[in-house]
Design a protein around this ligand. Sequence first.
Ligand code: SAM
Length: 351
Amino acid sequence: MLMDSVERERLLDIDGAPMRPPLIDTFGRAISYLRVSVTDRCDYRCVYCMSEHMTFLPKADLLSLEELDRLCSAFVARGVRKLRLTGGEPLVRRGIMTLFSSLSRHLATGQLDELTLTTNGSQLAKYAADLAAHGVKRINISLDTLDPEKFRAVTRWGSMRDVLAGIDAAQAAGLQIKINTVALKGVNEDEFAQLMAWAHGRGMDLTLIEVMPLGEIGEGRLDQYLPLSLVRARLGEQFTLTDIDYRTGGPARYVRVAETGGNLGFITPLTHNFCESCNRVRVTCTGTLYMCLGQEDAADLRKPLRASEANDLLDAAIDEAIGRKPKGHDFVIDRRHQRPALARHMSVTGG
Ligand code: SAM
């Protein structure tokens, strides 16, 4: 009798639903990492991410915070162990701390290893302490330059002072920080050594990212694209870079920098794609599941989510979609490929 109830308890997830088998795609990759874009809106208009005049989704199309919780929890029950909230800018979604708060129950049960976010840092001074209180330990902050004028030009609207205040607040709250910098030809290519010394000097990792051909942005990608193979070779002339096995669950590959004692990551979707070890899927704020950042194919999860209070339909839709996860993407930026590879902006699926 006792055995039965223990057994039964083990087969129920925290929300009382029966546990379901883990998500494994047809290439044998286990899906353990979900990124959720909680809003497509942002308080910045970074030149490589959005056009200046974006049309955003009507608020009525968005999943409610309760629905986002249900969706995330359905993935956690299927073996997702890392959850990243992103956007748009996640911290501009009204009431977003309620979602962090409710999702933190999965950290408490040990079903989730990490709850985190990617942010531009503009609202962090306000939210850093709350995030830490909800079990967030490490966060990614996007910052492409340390020059206030350039910062304003890249973000079109942003103030670097807000981001620096956000970084101070996050460190004061005990959050570990990784700075994400998109490598932009002719914009910040002379700044990587300085950015690295600054980040490492403050105990933060730095990751450089190749610009991806996502969405119409009103200017040519070829003008922005800087291959990281070149950046690495240039930094290698100044610093001693040693490949290390350090991983944070995402696509970055790291080197140790002897002179600074810090870690430098490279995310190279163009010069070296990393799809063979992809463990990720992405959900938008309207409940559309993208199995690959670099492909159009998607599945609507909002309909099955809303069709029934139980998760059977939702689970079936997730299973069906994961069965279609493609082998990989093949971004190209060159003279013949200057149009976006995909119409969707990065702010739809999140970074
Ligand atoms: N607003 C948050 C932020 O700024 O971090 C989260 C969303 S933003 C879309 C996530 C990350 O994607 C940022 O680091 C941003 O720099 C990066 N990003 C946006 N568009 C990109 C593109 N076309 N290629 C590469 N990275 C891009």
